[in-house]
Design a protein around this ligand. Structure first.
Ligand SMILES: [Fe+2]
Length: 395
């Protein structure tokens, strides 16, 4: 390309990124960085450039004054660090995972029986089974298991570290059957789901914004040895700003093919990663492992989630379960379950009917649920007030 010293042209090149100006040498410089364990004092190891955390250790460190330190460390691990973190044994009690797997299996069987379930944006029919919006389906099917599952400290810690409070949880199950082929390298929602023609219409700061609007996670529902095809990652690739466009070019895809890494997971591990990290599900070469992961997509309070979730319906279903579990779950676990279920942000709303009394922001669904749990409301009262609040937010 022609070099220019025309200031208007230089500005336009800064603001408008293009597929054509992506440079493999620039990319190589960021993707070849090494993750140094010394920079992450709460981590246990670096394996293939990925940070490994012992969940019990990091949860213990994230109490009291230590919490801000741990959140900051994890935040930078997703940001300028490798962009991908494995939390080993995030579920010490894998019985919680097994119960959830049984619920998912029943939902998949029902989808097969009724020919519902629809298509998949990344795979051929039959190679895998998807449960879209597994979050809501899980909660409605078994709210007690949902509470234990999403009461998990690591899910809350990673989500808060990257997105701050009031995040919006969504989830989808992916079961890749033996023979299921690898996905092609991609970035995730938002810009990762658009064509170059669309992506090029967004100014550069939106390319930087997209990765902070969501966090990707995967809960391993079974042991995933390499032959079963756990996710392929390219650590540090999230820091290449024009990466949404670069991935449309063959040389960058070839670089991914040659340099990606893959780590085996055990049931109960959770991997979280920056949505701008280059990644792809692997090929399932095993004879008999149905590789099951619950894919978490956590959205910022300020973003639009990909899926519609009926949080009012979920909250009404979860409320009695949380009351029943009060002796078994800690207050933090209950708060985590509420955060994964109820809407945590005040807006959008109808300010005529839902004025911000006593503050700048009207009460959220999550605040209402916490209040009702604290004051021991009856299920009927909670459901009625919940419906009234939802009604007020409509125009
Ligand atoms: Fe993905």
């Amino acid at each position: 390309m022609m070099k220019t010293d025309n200031p208007q042209k230089l500005r336009a090149d800064r603001v408008w990124l293009s597929e054509e100006t992506c440079d493999l040498d620039d990319f190589r410089r960021v993707a070849q960085k090494t993750t140094a364990l010394v920079d992450y004092p709460n981590a246990s190891a670096v394996e293939k450039n990925v940070l490994i955390y012992d969940s019990r250790k990091v949860t213990a460190a994230a109490t009291g004054e230590g919490k801000r330190l741990v959140l900051a460390e994890i935040c930078e691990a997703f940001g300028e660090g490798p962009g991908v973190v494995v939390f080993k044994q995030a579920y010490e009690d894998t019985g919680i995972i097994d119960r959830a797997s049984a619920i998912f299996e029943a939902i998949i069987e029902e989808q097969h029986r009724t020919w519902t379930g629809g298509g998949d944006h990344f795979a051929k029919p039959g190679a895998n089974d998807r449960i879209w919006n597994s979050l809501e389906k899980h909660c409605l099917a078994d709210p007690e298991n949902f509470a234990e599952y999403y009461g998990n400290a690591i899910i809350a810690l990673a989500s808060e570290a990257w997105l701050g409070p009031s995040y919006q949880m969504t989830a989808q199950v992916n079961r890749v059957n033996p023979g299921g082929a690898a996905q092609s390298a991609h970035r995730d929602y938002h810009l990762g789901f658009q064509s170059s023609a669309v992506i090029e219409q967004f100014p550069a700061h939106v390319h930087r914004l997209s990765p902070v609007l969501t966090l990707q996670g995967a809960v391993a529902h079974c042991d995933m040895p390499l032959e079963s095809g756990p996710t392929l990652f390219l650590p540090h690739s999230q820091t290449y700003v024009p990466g949404y466009l670069a991935l449309k070019r063959q040389e960058f895809r070839d670089y991914f093919e040659a340099n990606h890494i893959q780590l085996p997971l055990e049931k109960g591990d959770i991997v979280f990663f920056n949505p701008a990290l280059f990644h792809a599900a692997g090929t399932n070469r095993s004879a008999d492992i149905k590789r099951v992961a619950n894919l978490l997509q956590v959205s910022s309070a300020f973003g639009r989630a990909m899926e519609t979730v009926n949080r009012e319906k979920m909250s009404a279903r979860l409320f009695p379960a949380l009351k029943a579990l009060r002796d078994r779950l800690s207050p933090e676990e209950i708060a985590n379950a509420v955060a994964a279920c109820a809407e945590g942000y005040s807006f959008p709303t109808n300010l005529d009917r839902d004025p911000p009394l006593g503050g700048l922001a009207p009460k959220t669904q999550a605040q209402l649920m916490r209040e009702a749990l604290g004051e021991g409301w009856s299920d009927e009262t909670f459901t009625a007030v919940l419906a009234e609040q939802a009604q007020k937010k409509l125009s």
